[in-house]
Unconditional design. Structure first.
Lengths: 295, 412
């Protein structure tokens, strides 16, 4: 028997926001869209319906239809509760961990249920914004887990976002390696490479942080090196997983100029990426006064 | 005995018969002697074991000297397979089936690494073997044919004596994992083609931690556990006296109750099955309904997921089990239902109800009362229904495919 929290059981037995949203033709200030992930073969599937207030770019209503186990149903319901009222940019920042936290935690082997929620949300929003999900999702090519159709980039992303360290965790979170198991070796390699990158990054950051302590303000050179490192290690892997990329263009005092590439450049959540992902990260890691702008 | 739940998971384990427990107690208190001792105090314990051996032999229609006590079904199966290979060391081919318990499949996988050749026979949609495939697989090099008597998930019964006759015609040892069958259907091993047969106590209202291995008289048996002279040197280790005595008592009770129990359970099982099929749309029975244990039904409810059904049943105190991925402990649905080639709609929504002589009509009534609502609720939540199954089968083109990989196995 799975060890579910009270919240999981409550949302399973009495789910909130189940069902679909009918399209209302007469009202053109709202749009209705849905996103889908999973399949009956995988054993779970989620169709997430969003009603979007076009002018505000925000979620008026969210409903779900889920085929799956207890935690899949509870995760779907939790997701809809989390995103109602958010702008689409805010919603895109919701992670699978937010869903798991809302539920008071999920058994490790069930974390993939929360990932499914996050992916359906992304699918729905991209669909609304007209970004093709296929190229977006798996354009990094290398399919790692052929049983469940999981790409290299998706595995990297889930490892980074959830700070995973073992192949078992990767299987629990995205199912990769849970079928025939022939890709477990490859997952191990990905884990190792992410870990190496992370360690390298920590070294640089601590090194510069040490210098920061002793010599007060960062020299321009140190600042640029640090910004480069953070972009390289913490931001680019995410963007690349989504088919985008970023390059440091220039640093002018506290003004950081970057150029967004690939999918990011045309992405309607461009601003969210700039301010949310890049600026927040750089401010935390380098200097709280940085302002990030695109060129 | 108080029931706190409606227990319809008797293929997983059974409630120890209260009479069994009473019989066991003295051997956990006053009668603690070692059956191997020379003194009377220990000797009387040895006598109790002998009586238990006679009861188990009677239940199987065998001789007491053909019964070895073990710790469980897993030990029995491991021992039997190794013994069969040791009996004919010049042969290195094993035939088993894709739907065996992991304690057979995993031993075979290990043996493959050690150089043995293993044939895993397929099953059809009803979970039934093809005797032609068996015959085509047999060679003069086949040391062992090992099949289950009845399947734990579907209750499907294999044509044992036909399998045995074929095995014998090639001089192979015939081992039968009868863990799910003993106590549920009558046995008569005298004149049978079976050389080795495994049973487990806790599937027939005896406690956990005890089982038996039947070894046909004259079989060149080589022990698995080496040590003292217990079980006539065929299974070393001080006997689990209380549990062995309990198994003996359970066998004795089965012998008295079985005929009545079979009729009762089959009648209730049939009512449960027929009514569920009649009151719930889009569901079907998995297994060979013409050759099936009387206590088991396995039903696939389309468009819903098994774990969600189990948890919903749990709310009413109803215990059943499922072959869905979410209940298997891995990400894959039951290796048995997959081997049967069932569609994913059925695989993930399969529920097994297994009855015992303690099951009552009122309990069946309760299941029949709540099941339609449970399935309806989950179907209302599901994006799938009978008209709209195309979507999610096309979304993920990389569906797990049954034939392209080794199947993980689910245990009982």
């Amino acid at each position: 028997m799975w060890d579910y929290t009270e919240k999981v059981l409550e949302l399973f037995h009495n789910p909130k926001n189940q069902g679909l949203i009918e399209k209302t033709l007469e009202n053109d200030s709202v749009a209705v869209v849905f996103g889908e992930v999973g399949s009956i073969a995988c054993g779970d599937a989620l169709r997430l319906h969003l009603k979007i207030q076009i002018a505000q770019d925000s979620i008026l209503d969210a409903r779900f239809q889920t085929f799956g186990c207890t935690s899949a149903i509870a995760s779907s319901s939790a997701l809809t509760e989390l995103i109602k009222g958010l702008t689409l940019d805010e919603a895109l920042k919701v992670t699978n961990q937010d869903i798991a936290e809302y539920l008071g935690g999920l058994p490790e082997a069930k974390m993939h249920c929360s990932v499914m929620g996050q992916e359906a949300l992304e699918a729905a929003i991209y669909k609304y914004r007209g970004i093709p999900l296929d190229s977006h999702e798996d354009d990094e090519g290398a399919l790692i887990c052929s049983c469940y159709g999981i790409s290299n980039s998706r595995i990297r992303r889930i490892i980074i976002e959830n700070e995973l360290t073992t192949t078992e965790q990767v299987t629990n979170y995205v199912k990769a390696g849970g079928g025939c198991g022939s890709c477990l070796v490859n997952i191990d390699d990905i884990l190792a490479s992410v870990l190496t990158e992370k360690e390298k990054n920590i070294e640089v950051v601590t090194e510069i942080a040490h210098q920061k302590d002793t010599t007060k303000p960062l020299t321009n050179l140190q600042k640029i090196t640090l910004i480069q490192q953070v972009l390289e290690q913490e931001i680019r892997p995410f963007l690349m997983a989504d088919g985008g990329d970023v390059e440091l263009y220039d640093v002018n005092g506290d003004q950081v100029l970057v150029s967004l590439k690939g999918a990011c450049d045309s992405c309607s959540s461009r601003n969210a990426t700039l301010k949310g992902a890049i600026e927040t990260r750089l401010r935390a890691k380098v200097s709280p006064y940085l302002i990030v702008e695109a060129v | 005995m108080m029931h706190t739940c409606i227990y319809l998971d008797n293929n997983a384990t059974t409630q120890p018969d209260p009479e069994v427990v009473v019989t066991m107690l003295p051997y956990l208190t006053d009668l603690y002697g070692n059956p191997s001792s020379m003194h009377t105090f220990g000797g009387q314990v040895g006598k109790a074991i002998q009586e238990a051996r006679e009861s188990v032999a009677t239940l199987l229609g065998a001789e007491p000297t053909e019964i070895i006590f073990t710790s469980c079904g897993t030990e029995g199966n491991n021992t039997a397979i190794r013994a069969a290979l040791a009996a004919q060391p010049e042969r290195n081919h094993i035939i088993t089936t894709q739907v065996e318990h992991p304690c057979v499949l995993n031993v075979c996988k290990q043996l493959e690494k050690q150089g043995y050749k293993v044939t895993y026979l397929s099953v059809n949609h009803q979970g039934q073997l093809d005797l032609m495939e068996l015959e085509a697989s047999l060679t003069g090099n086949t040391a062992l044919v090992s099949t289950m008597y009845a399947n734990n998930e579907t209750g499907t019964i294999f044509p044992i004596e036909n399998i045995g006759a074929l095995a014998k015609s090639y001089g192979a040892t015939f081992h039968v994992d009868a863990v799910q069958a003993v106590g549920k259907i009558p046995f008569s091993l005298k004149g049978s083609t079976i050389d080795l047969l495994t049973l487990s106590g806790h599937k027939l209202h005896a406690p956990k931690g005890v089982g038996s291995l039947y070894v046909k008289k004259g079989f060149r048996f080589r022990p698995f556990l080496l040590g003292g002279h217990q079980e006539r040197g065929r299974r070393a280790g001080t006997e689990n006296v209380a549990s062995i005595v309990g198994l003996g008592k359970a066998a004795e009770i089965e012998l008295q109750e079985m005929t009545k129990a079979i009729q009762r359970e089959a009648k209730m099982r049939d009512r449960l099955e027929k009514t569920l099929l009649a009151t719930i749309a889009d569901c079907e029975v998995n297994g060979d309904v013409k050759n099936r244990l009387p206590n088991t039904t396995n039903i696939g409810f389309k468009y819903v997921e098994g774990e969600a059904i189990l948890l919903s049943l749990d709310k009413y105190g109803i215990c059943a089990s499922s072959g869905s991925a979410c209940t298997s402990g891995s990400l894959e649905p039951s290796h048995i239902l997959q081997a049967m080639g069932l569609p994913y709609t059925i695989l993930h929504g399969s529920i097994r109800f297994s009855l015992s002589r303690y099951t009552t009509e009122r309990e069946i009534d309760k299941v029949l009362e709540v099941m339609p609502g449970i399935i309806q609720r989950l179907r209302d939540l599901s994006p799938f229904n009978s008209e709209d199954v195309t979507w999610l089968q096309t979304v993920n083109s990389n569906q797990p495919s049954v034939n392209s990989k080794q199947l993980p196995v689910t245990s009982e």
